[in-house]
Design a protein. Structure first.
Length: 78
């Protein structure tokens, strides 16, 4: 799969990092456009915007942690 970055959509394959030239205002606009989406992840460095798509294995650890928290909350509040 190829990375697709257009004003209408952003599609990145797992593990991809795309560097775009841009300023802080560009970063803020892109961040607002993406909203609460977790993918792609955005970072700003001086003069460039980084778009990153994490690998599936990175999400597994977060998913496991979410399950542990859910179980603990169920035990505490039952």
């Amino acid at each position: 799969m190829f990375a697709v970055v257009t004003p209408e959509k952003i599609e990145l394959p797992a593990g991809a990092v795309v560097r775009l030239p841009g300023n802080w205002l560009d970063y803020q606009q892109l961040s607002q456009q993406l909203g609460d989406r977790s993918c792609p992840r955005l970072k700003y460095r001086s003069g460039e915007i980084l778009l990153m798509a994490p690998l599936p294995q990175h999400g597994r650890k977060a998913h496991l942690a979410a399950h542990v928290v859910t179980v603990l909350l169920e035990v505490v509040y039952k």
